[in-house]
Write a protein that binds this ligand. Structure first.
Ligand code: OGA
Ligand code: NI
Length: 374
């Protein structure tokens, strides 16, 4: 490394610390009236993602508009009648194998609960900055914290996004620790999404052809943590990301998004927009589900574009313990799926080792799963 690079690397850390110390996040920058993004947010072209900058992403989106229009992640109606269960399982299986992403309707969480969650998260992020400073933290031992990018000091470039993180289970946050502006909304919504998680795990188990309660009994639905994102309007969206290209480090993600758009999913050699549908959740397969299904279900890369408009709000509920349990439990490819033609692709891995690797690596477009291949 030459001296110039060393100087730059040092400088970035200084800028990151200064930004971290404001405790006001990206929203604080926008409120202060910035017209240019600070350089920590500027996209670094060394990203290994296939399309290397938001400007290129926008250009390629425009070029491929007609083709991309015909592509959309599957939308699955979970409304059960006495004879359509097999159809639902089949749709979920196909979507998990071919897309790793789908949207669900009639999932049992009432629309007013979803809307009030969005309102509650907006109230949190848009309240006086001083109120948020108290919980600004990068200490993931805490059950509730506010910050900009969990990987601020690791990621290749900083994302234009603030996040309220809430640990729901096991041993979730005490209700009185949740900021009053969003307390009821978070408690009601999280309880219902937790129940939905169990339903989805049952469908996924059946989709894999293992016992319906298999994934639940292994504990895939026990841990739940919510990342409540706020993507403020960005003055130079072509220079940064809302969220860098990544896969999710969990079993399963249930995402609530507003009607703004900007989430894109990798499908073959294209990025496909996830069109907002009122009342729907976006569900995606996480790395641990790909590992346990021995690559049958896909944990697919996705990203969020920064935007001049907005703010955009989304809530990602990750099914995984936030802090890895100390129980030494390991997860590997399900033994029922093992055969001569389908030998294990991954070694058994504890959530602790996996999370340590994921956090140490930061979001960089490379799947953390690569590290655990046999
Ligand atoms: C995530 C994520 C997408 C979104 O939090 O992992 O991919 O729309 N979020 O905010
Ligand atoms: Ni994600």
């Amino acid at each position: 490394m030459n001296n110039v690079q060393v100087f730059n690397a040092y400088d970035r850390q200084t800028d990151l610390k200064a930004f971290h110390n404001t405790k006001l996040g990206v929203k604080g920058l926008v409120d202060s009236g910035v017209t240019q993004i600070p350089r920590i947010f500027s996209h670094d072209d060394q990203s290994p993602s296939l399309i290397s900058s938001p400007a290129a992403a926008v250009a390629e989106k425009l070029a491929g508009e007609t083709e991309a229009k015909n592509l959309a992640i599957p939308v699955i109606d979970l409304q059960q009648t006495h004879k359509n269960r097999a159809k639902i399982i089949n749709e979920i299986r196909e979507a998990s194998e071919n897309w790793g992403f789908f949207q669900i309707l009639n999932h049992g969480v009432p629309l007013p609960v979803m809307k009030e969650m969005m309102n509650g998260i907006r109230r949190f992020h848009e309240q006086d900055g001083e109120m948020k400073k108290d919980i600004y933290s990068r200490d993931f031992q805490r059950k509730i914290l506010f910050n900009t990018n969990f990987d601020l000091f690791k990621g290749v470039s900083t994302n234009w996004r603030d996040t309220l993180t809430v640990v729901v289970a096991p041993h979730g946050v005490e209700p009185e620790e949740i900021p009053a502006v969003s307390r009821e909304a978070i408690l009601d919504f999280s309880r219902r999404v937790k129940e939905l998680g169990d339903i989805l795990l049952e469908f996924l188990s059946e989709g894999l052809g293992v016992a319906p309660n298999r994934l639940k009994e292994l504990g895939c639905g026990e841990g739940m943590v919510m990342f409540c994102h706020y993507y403020p309007p960005c003055p130079q969206p072509e220079l940064t990301w809302g969220t860098t290209d990544h896969t999710d480090g969990c079993f399963l993600t249930v995402l609530l998004q507003d009607d703004f758009g900007g989430l894109q999913v990798r499908h073959g050699d294209r990025w496909v927009d996830v069109h907002p549908i009122e009342g729907a959740f976006v569900v995606n397969i996480g790395d641990f589900m790909q590992l346990m299904s021995n690559d049958r279900f896909k944990s697919v890369n996705h990203r969020v574009l920064a935007n001049k408009g907005g703010p955009r709000i989304s809530v990602a509920s990750f099914f995984r313990c936030n802090l890895p349990p100390e129980n030494g439990l390991v997860f590997g490819p399900l033994k029922e799926l093992r055969s001569e033609e389908n030998p294990d692709i991954y070694r058994e891995t504890s959530i602790k080792d996996y999370v340590a690797h994921y956090y140490q690596k930061g979001l960089n477009g490379i799947s953390a799963l690569e590290h655990f291949k046999l």
